[in-house]
Design a protein around this ligand. Structure first.
Ligand code: SF4
Ligand code: SF4
Length: 279
């Protein structure tokens, strides 16, 4: 029971990710209407559209006709993650996260974790450039470039319609993350993760660090898929994790034995007041 409570966010995330896949599967196999479509474009109860924001941008750049559903779905997603979730799509929704988390776990078990932590930090900006390049390619070719190779789309469509050779691409990402680069795909390459980082830069739900409780054990840094967001703050100050690449996965909270990390809600108004009081 203790380990269930200790890993409650991890368990809830897996339930969330698997439930979403199950609902897509059920929509295709049994005609369920709870969640129809795929992670690029879906509808809840045949009424509420949800649009992958990076797919939307690619279509916009490609000059495709944007339907009202796509536009409304895009606005709903931007509002939800922009205000509340931050980059939570990556850890609570995206099925690829289950593969990359497994690779990260295997990497920790085989003691690969320290090797390229520093060099990887230098190239973590690549994903933003890659997203830009894909938008330019979309504009030049008139087609949503990333959608052809997106492991997120391959995984989701694979659950509903069969994976085909898509498993080769998913296996390649797993091997890349396990043997080549720590958190290689999600932490360096994926343009959708980069898009959610930008969308959720100012969201309200954030991990908060309590410096007084911190013993600087480093457990959180070891487990975090984006440790650069923690190094700015751990054992330095009591504050919110403000790094935009935090996925709100909650793993840092779960591995902290000193109650130095917790989810909290950013209070911009109070923050401004505090700043004025300090001046
Ligand atoms: S970075 Fe990309 S592949 Fe990884 S969890 Fe986020 S959306 Fe999915
Ligand atoms: S800081 Fe914590 S919640 Fe954010 S990505 Fe790292 S482990 Fe997850």
């Amino acid at each position: 029971m203790g380990s269930i409570i200790k890993n409650k966010y991890l368990i809830l995330r897996r339930i969330s990710q698997l439930t979403i896949l199950f609902l897509y599967f059920g929509a295709n196999a049994y005609g369920w209407k709870i969640l129809v479509g795929n992670l690029s474009l879906s509808k809840i109860f045949d009424k509420i559209p949800l649009t992958d924001p990076f797919a939307f941008l690619q279509m916009l750049f490609a000059g495709a006709v944007i339907s009202t559903d796509m536009l409304v779905g895009f606005i709903i997603i931007v509002l939800f993650y922009g205000l509340i979730g931050g980059r939570a799509f990556c850890s609570w929704v995206c099925p690829v996260n289950m593969i990359t988390d497994l690779a990260a776990w295997l990497r920790r078990k085989t003691h690969h974790e320290k090797d390229n932590l520093i060099s990887a930090m230098k190239i973590k900006q690549f994903r933003y450039w890659f997203a830009g390049i894909l938008l330019i390619i979309s504009a030049l070719t008139g087609a949503a470039a990333f959608e052809f190779i997106s492991p997120i789309g391959i995984f989701t469509r694979g659950i509903a319609f069969g994976l085909g050779f898509g498993w080769v691409w998913l296996l390649a990402i797993f091997l890349f993350d396990t043997f080549v680069l720590k958190n290689g795909w999600c932490g360096h390459v994926c343009p959708l993760g980069a898009t959610y980082s930008i969308i959720g830069a100012k969201n309200l739900i954030r991990v908060k660090h309590n410096k007084d409780n911190c013993t600087n054990c480093g457990n959180c840094l070891m487990i975090c898929p984006e440790p650069q967001v923690l190094t700015q703050i751990i054992n330095k100050k009591s504050d919110f994790i403000s790094g935009i690449e935090c996925t709100n996965c909650g793993r840092c909270i779960e591995v902290c034995n000193d109650n130095a990390l917790n989810f909290s809600i950013r209070n911009y108004i109070k923050g401004e007041k505090n700043e004025k009081a300090n001046n």
